[in-house]
Design a protein around this ligand. Structure first.
Ligand SMILES: Nc1ncnc2c1ncn2[C@@H]1O[C@H](COP(=O)(O)OP(=O)(O)OP(=O)(O)O)[C@@H](O)[C@H]1O
Ligand SMILES: [Mg+2]
Length: 217
């Protein structure tokens, strides 16, 4: 069964696109057939993946008409193992459709109050969308740009206390992610064997389990 994962939060710049590309990179190396639906009007992931031939085997579909999201995901799902939906960094109707058609919504959070606030709102959106569609939609948060600071430790506790399902894995703050985005490179190509790539591996493995459970329900 095809897995559908949306990267979503109404807070801009938390790493949705970066993490989407890192996961694509991990799963394509694991031999999966992958597709991306780019619902962000800025089309950042489409530009990133279009810059080099590394991601040539990934199907990339820009989609700026919100009513096309659900049919396009269903269409893509017929021919790949995993569909990743990248969303804009603000609330819009497209985000609701992306959430409603997903098995799992992953919300990257930075170690700041605004990220926490938006993660609480995203959790509510996911619960409402699950209620509306009658589907099981898993929700996880992921601490991105981790520097293991004191405020981050506090934030991690808050995520737990608020029931926001933080992944155990975190993604470290690494300039290589910015470099990869700028040049359209594969994050693995820059970081393979390093600690940041270990983070991506741990995130992908946790998500594999969540997606497996989501399909069992
Ligand atoms: N783990 C990381 N380490 C270092 N830089 C990062 C990391 N994750 C993201 N960034 C940088 O942070 C910025 C925002 O990341 P990104 O574009 O992925 O966020 P986004 O949530 O998709 O933003 P938007 O809401 O605008 O779509 C980019 O410059 C990116 O390179
Ligand atoms: Mg983005």
């Amino acid at each position: 069964m095809t897995r559908v994962l949306a990267l979503a939060t109404s807070k801009g710049g938390t790493g949705k696109t970066t993490i989407a590309v890192a996961l694509l990179d991990w799963w394509r190396r694991a031999g999966q057939a992958l597709a991306v639906l780019d619902t962000d009007p800025n089309q950042s992931i489409t530009r990133w993946l279009g810059k080099s031939s590394v991601f040539a085997d990934v199907t990339v579909r820009p989609c700026t008409q919100e009513h096309e999201i659900v049919p396009m995901v269903r269409d893509l799902a017929a021919s790949v193992d995993t569909v990743i939906i990248d969303t804009a960094g603000f609330s819009n109707q497209a985000m609701i459709f992306a959430v409603g058609v997903s098995d799992l919504v992953l919300t990257p959070v930075l170690s700041d109050e605004a990220s926490l606030y938006e993660a609480v709102r995203m959790h509510q959106v996911v619960k409402s969308a699950a209620d509306l569609t009658g589907r099981t939609i898993a929700f996880r948060t992921l601490v991105n740009r981790s520097r293991r600071t004191l405020v981050e430790r506090h934030m991690a506790k808050q995520l737990e206390a608020l029931g926001l399902n933080p992944l155990k894995a975190r993604v470290s703050d690494r300039a290589a992610f910015q470099e990869a985005s700028y040049h359209g490179l594969s994050p693995a190509g820059l970081m393979m064997g390093g600690k940041a790539w270990d983070d991506v591996r741990r995130v992908a493995r946790e998500l594999d389990k969540v997606l497996l459970d989501a399909h069992r329900n």
